[in-house]
Design a binder for this molecule. Structure first.
Ligand SMILES: NC(=O)C1=CN([C@@H]2O[C@H](COP(=O)(O)OP(=O)(O)OC[C@H]3O[C@@H](n4cnc5c(N)ncnc54)[C@H](O)[C@@H]3O)[C@@H](O)[C@H]2O)C=CC1
Ligand SMILES: O=C(O)[C@H]1O[C@H](OP(=O)(O)OP(=O)(O)OC[C@H]2O[C@@H](n3ccc(=O)[nH]c3=O)[C@H](O)[C@@H]2O)[C@H](O)[C@@H](O)[C@@H]1O
Length: 447
């Protein structure tokens, strides 16, 4: 089959690459010329493990190509996917500007009846608008658009796996044939398919993201309490997660969720509820806890040192999660700005996100290109993103290279035992502080 995909961010590019991997002929359309030129040469504009070889293979096989031209893209397409961004607007609602522009371009370009498949995360009811926007452009022709809601559930950093082995494919369609067409496109993946009406499909996406965000905020509150009460949140999460009704995933306590979706989608869902005269009380708390959690590392440092004014801090990890260079809503930005406001000197290291971070962080942040170098001579270390490179690190390096061997781990990537053996002072989330073995006559403060 032939598919077109409008928008080549994470979701659009993956939709295109995966559909071409399944043997379909795919053309991806993006208004960003620079991006299209890059992708035409086989270079993905995002850092995502496994993407580049898959993209190159399908480009070379002639199943995948890129364009800025909607007429070229839409010509003969059995289905046209919309995967443009739906960022937060100034009121916390989803900004549908790009979706609307894509619809207008599709409506002007198609030369037959068309099935439009919405991958972008859009508020409930938007697919009705999408249909209207496209059909308005088609008003002088005999053609008509059908719409299908097909939300995306991939995670950045594991998008190849998530796409090939998705837990489910949601197909929301009022038109049976349009729904069948989308189901046929995914057929080779042999995934569980759930067919629903359009509004339920739209809601499934927001409800899923909000629920996952709630799970994270819940475990972060348990972490706060564990610290105060003398429990270990890692033990608690492991014990809770064994209950199949709860499940072990998304119970990792830390410095709060970030990224391009949880923050904006929880706000948008709250906004949708508000528009219906309903106050979504749980989501208020989820957001509040998340904001509080982004400040815990700095609070711990203030408790430990009294003031961080003039101290040198190494921040390990800048992207909002590992295996991506995405800096959107990254907790690192909030944390670094807090540190700078308190007079600390910040050096940072990230295995992939330095280039993107450079445009976002204040110029006073020293971006270092090697882990060991970033540690050298600092007063303490903040671990902010759980990159595998940090998990593999010999923890003794914190003792060897920094002034006092003090690590604040915002992702709990080391066990208390590892910290003990490395002889460092180790502060983490929801667990007791580990101090190096006290040598006679010394306290943790002058070790
Ligand atoms: N990033 C993620 O991991 C996931 C994102 N989503 C949702 O998917 C949608 C897309 O998100 P991202 O891929 O992160 O988007 P993005 O914001 O990274 O990229 C959007 C792309 O669309 C292009 N674009 C804008 N207007 C256009 C137009 N009129 N025609 C063609 N291209 C146009 C932009 O140039 C850009 O390349 C959003 O609704 C998001 O909530 C859903 C699941 C996962
Ligand atoms: O709609 C979207 O865009 C996507 O949003 C999330 O995916 P993503 O944002 O890529 O990454 P996650 O792995 O969900 O992590 C989000 C944030 O939560 C944090 N997190 C995650 C899990 C956890 O247990 N604890 C925790 O703090 C991560 O560090 C990160 O900052 C969802 O997991 C995807 O299913 C969804 O498709």
């Amino acid at each position: 089959m032939k598919a077109a995909v409008a928008g080549t961010g994470y979701v659009g590019l993956f939709t295109g690459v995966i559909l071409s991997e399944l043997g379909h002929s795919v053309i991806c359309i993006d208004t960003d010329r620079g991006k299209v030129a890059l992708m035409d040469m086989g270079q993905p504009p995002i850092h995502e493990p496994g993407l580049a070889p898959m993209m190159k293979k399908n480009l070379e096989a002639g199943r995948l190509c890129f364009t800025t031209d909607y007429e070229e893209g839409c010509k003969g397409a059995d289905a046209i996917f919309i995967a443009v961004g739906t960022p937060e607007d100034k009121n916390g609602r989803a900004d549908l500007r790009f979706v609307r522009e894509a619809c207008m371009s599709i409506g002007r370009a198609v030369t037959s009846d068309v099935t439009v498949v919405t991958k972008s995360t859009v508020p409930v009811g938007t697919n009705d608008l999408i249909k209207d926007w496209i059909n308005f452009e088609l008003r002088d022709s005999s053609f008509e658009a059908s719409v299908v809601s097909n939300p995306e559930f991939l995670r950045q950093g594991s998008a190849v796996h998530d796409s090939l082995y998705a837990d489910r494919v949601i197909i929301g369609a009022d038109d049976q044939n349009a729904g069948d067409l989308v189901e046929a496109l995914y057929f080779p993946l042999n995934l569980p398919v759930i067919r629903t009406d359009i509004r339920s499909a739209e809601m499934i996406k927001y409800a899923s993201n909000a629920f996952l965000a709630m799970k994270i905020s819940f475990i972060n509150e348990i972490a706060q309490l564990s610290e105060r009460i003398g429990a270990d949140v890692e033990e608690v999460a492991a014990g809770m997660g064994k209950d199949e009704r709860i499940g072990s995933r998304f119970l990792q306590a830390g410095i709060g969720y970030g990224g391009s979706c949880f923050p904006k989608d929880t706000k948008a869902l709250k906004g949708m509820a508000g528009d219906m005269g309903y106050s979504f009380k749980l989501l208020d708390a989820v957001e509040q806890v998340n904001m509080q959690q982004q400040t815990v590392l700095v609070e711990k440092a203030l408790n430990r040192f009294g003031s961080v004014d003039g101290l040198r801090v190494t921040v390990l990890g800048l992207s909002f999660k590992p295996n991506t260079d995405d800096m959107r809503e990254a907790p690192s930005v909030v944390i670094i700005n807090q540190l700078l406001a308190l007079g600390a000197h910040v050096s940072a290291y990230d295995p992939a996100a330095a280039a993107k971070a450079k445009n976002i962080l204040p110029s006073s942040v020293r971006l270092v290109h090697e882990l060991e170098l970033s540690l050298y001579n600092s007063d303490f270390v903040f671990l902010v993103t759980d990159w595998a490179e940090f998990k593999r690190m010999d923890l003794r390096k914190v003792k060897w290279y920094t002034k006092q061997g003090i690590l604040f781990d915002g992702r709990n990537i080391f066990s208390s035992e590892e910290a003990r053996q490395a002889g460092i002072e180790y502060h983490s989330i929801g667990r007791p502080v580990i101090y190096p073995q006290i040598v006679r006559g010394q306290t943790p403060h002058n070790l």
